[in-house]
Design a protein around this ligand. Structure first.
Ligand SMILES: [Zn+2]
Length: 217
């Protein structure tokens, strides 16, 4: 009994102090995949290829393509609401007792969308998906897919246009079928970002809107 108590205390404390670190988010992704494999009794080759180890990327979707990159980068930039530093992780809280759409209020009195809502948008759309072009200033802009799993299968997405190198927006507005490479770059990183938010929601401080215990993560 005593041993069990100590063990649960260690678990609670380690989750509390470590879960907000990016390497822990990557660890959660890797071990969750192992759990899926154990449960299924076999690998999922397409997924195994895109889990990754401790890769981080350098910006959103550069290079993307791995779940661990999304799990890391969700603390680096906000690709849904585009809140800037110091608020890039202010959407990582959710007090479920206050309802699905409840907001997080930080110590400065500003309010932010909750982590559950953000994870839903990443999965079911309702935001502008911006994909920068590596090595250039060009940023392509899409309507985020209304179903990430469907997009994975049909690669169909609404292309709104792009920002050119001097920041002007060029309208395009048509449905596009993207390449499997582009699809992989985007989908696996987004999945990692969703995993990050789910991970945060297992941390007591995150679900009690307690920003002091998060140390800005
Ligand atoms: Zn976080």
């Amino acid at each position: 009994m005593k041993g069990r108590l100590v063990l649960s205390l260690i678990l609670v404390l380690s989750v509390k102090f470590l879960a907000h670190q990016q390497s822990i988010h990557q660890y959660l992704v890797r071990t969750s995949y192992q759990l899926i494999v154990r449960q299924l009794g076999h690998d999922i080759p397409e997924m195994a290829e895109h889990i990754g180890f401790n890769e981080t990327g350098t910006a959103q979707f550069i290079p993307g393509g791995l779940v661990v990159i999304g799990a890391h980068r969700e603390d680096e930039e906000d690709i849904v609401f585009y809140y800037n530093t110091p608020n890039e992780t202010s959407t990582h809280f959710w007090e479920p007792d206050d309802g699905d759409g409840s907001k997080f209020k930080n110590s400065g009195g500003a309010t932010f969308e909750n982590a559950y809502y953000k994870a839903s948008l990443l999965m079911y759309g309702g935001y502008e998906l911006r994909v920068p072009y590596a090595g250039s200033q060009i940023i392509e802009v899409y309507e985020a897919p209304t179903n990430l799993m469907q997009f994975y299968k049909d690669r169909r997405i609404f292309y709104k246009g792009y920002y050119n190198s001097i920041g002007q927006f060029i309208n395009r507005n048509y449905w596009d079928i993207v390449s499997p490479e582009f699809r992989d770059k985007v989908v696996w990183e987004i999945l990692g970002r969703i995993c990050h938010l789910l991970g945060d929601m297992t941390v007591p401080a995150h679900v009690h809107n307690d920003e002091y215990k998060i140390l800005n993560r």
